[in-house]
Design a protein around this ligand. Structure first.
Ligand code: F3S
Ligand code: F3S
Length: 113
């Protein structure tokens, strides 16, 4: 079961998690980062690196954060706003670089709410 990044990352984007991932499966959106569930090997190295505790296993997300489990997968599985094709599983975030888009959930997220 993959790890996921939840609400706390939005507009924080510390990026320390990226340095810890041995398979480079943490991808950068415009307001948040996302873990590719098909590439994550469930090693857990990213979890303690996040200063705002945004990362957990998908079955251990905090109450009210369930939507972010599917949303991490959605970032890769569906075309993002302004893009014709889904990101899919490119095999590493370094080759993709920052993606100037987010899922609908995150793009329209009111962090104050
Ligand atoms: Fe976000 Fe935490 Fe990584 S804030 S970018 S999940 S270190
Ligand atoms: Fe990488 Fe974290 Fe998965 S370090 S392999 S995203 S558990």
């Amino acid at each position: 079961m993959p790890y996921v990044i939840a609400e706390a990352c939005i507009d924080v984007m510390d990026r320390s998690c990226m340095d810890e991932c041995p398979v480079d499966c943490i991808y950068e959106g415009a307001r948040k980062l996302y873990i590719n569930p098909l590439e994550c090997i469930d090693c857990g190295a990213c979890e303690p690196a996040c200063p705002v505790e945004a990362i957990t296993q998908d079955r251990a997300v905090e109450d009210g954060q369930d939507a972010f489990v599917d949303d991490n997968a959605r970032f890769f599985a569906l075309p993002l706003p302004g893009r014709a094709e889904a990101i899919g599983s490119p095999g590493g975030a370094a080759a993709v670089g920052p993606v100037a888009a987010d899922t609908e959930l995150v793009a329209g997220y009111d962090a104050r709410g």
